[in-house]
Design a protein around this ligand. Structure first.
Ligand code: C5P
Length: 278
């Protein structure tokens, strides 16, 4: 039996850092969406656990137990075996949850292959704070350190461009560089946005509190944001702790043209156009 699973890019449309726990982890309040741009996982019944990595972003991705995806598989295996493949399209360590989304998709696929219930949030949280939200790749509000999840109505139809200027960012360093860890949360009740324009208008009054520190540490992220600002994006910002930035567009044609324009200026950057998953 072979099961395939899509591991979509996770987009922190907002990321408010509202406090810090005694163990150092930060309290967040984030509107999380997913894009139809991502990695592909397959899991087949086999003896022992193995992983093969292919695809345009495969270089340097570990195939041993140090890969988060293998840690996720081991969490569930209890002696069971599976041959896993990862087709890597997302740049690693780039603020769009690549590793977490791969691990979550692996868990979804393995639960089908091994006929198991999906693991509880508390069990996957030990793999990473972004794991729980990636287990259910649809629009959610994420609070706590990533374990408090609230499903939201689908986002409006919206095209998206992802821009990674080629630097990988160490998340702990970005959190450490923050001057203020106690920022306001989002409103208690979020609006239901009917159009991409309404979503963009609302996003303009929100924040990614990691964006400032990330741009200060890696000025090229500021260049990615400035380049997105030259396109007809309804809104643009950084996702997660960076370095990937996103722009939202009214339709696919505008997003595709924006992608081409960014690539014309910066042929060495990773730039993809797609849609927000609804
Ligand atoms: O949990 P994960 O491995 O994704 O997080 C990487 C690092 O980012 C953590 O070790 C921590 O330093 C920081 N982090 C944090 N607060 C969060 C999530 C991550 O401080 N809510």
């Amino acid at each position: 039996m072979t099961v395939e699973a899509f591991a979509p890019a996770k987009i922190n449309l907002t990321l408010h850092v509202t406090g810090q726990r005694a163990d150092g982890y930060h309290l967040l309040d984030s509107l999380v969406g997913f894009a139809d741009i991502g990695d592909r996982i397959s899991a087949s019944s086999a003896d022992g656990l193995s992983l093969q990595v292919a695809g345009p972003m495969a270089a340097g991705v570990p195939t041993d137990g140090s890969n988060l995806l293998m840690k996720a598989a081991e969490l569930l295996a209890a002696g069971r075996g599976a041959a896993l493949t990862l087709e890597k399209h997302l740049p690693p360590a780039s603020g769009i949850g690549g590793g977490s989304s791969d691990a979550a998709a692996t868990l979804r696929a393995l639960c089908e292959v091994w006929d198991l219930p999906l693991p509880e949030t508390a069990d996957v949280l030990s793999l990473g704070a972004d794991l729980p939200v990636c287990m259910t790749p649809r629009t959610q509000r994420m609070r706590g350190i990533g374990e408090e999840l609230h499903a939201l109505p689908p986002l409006p139809d919206c095209a998206i461009v992802l821009v990674n200027p080629g630097v990988s960012v160490a998340t702990p360093a970005i959190f450490r560089a923050m001057e203020n860890r106690h920022n306001p949360a989002m409103a208690d009740v979020l609006p239901v946005w009917q159009t991409a324009e309404a979503l963009a208008d609302w996003l303009r009054a929100q924040r990614n509190d990691l964006q400032g520190p990330a741009v200060a540490l890696e000025p090229i992220i500021g260049e990615a944001l400035a380049t997105l600002a030259t396109t007809p994006a309804l809104f643009h910002a950084m996702s997660g702790s960076g370095a990937t930035c996103y722009g939202l567009y009214a339709d696919d044609a505008t997003a595709n043209a924006a992608r081409a324009a960014v690539l014309a200026d910066h042929p060495e950057w990773w730039v993809r156009a797609g849609r927000l998953l609804r």
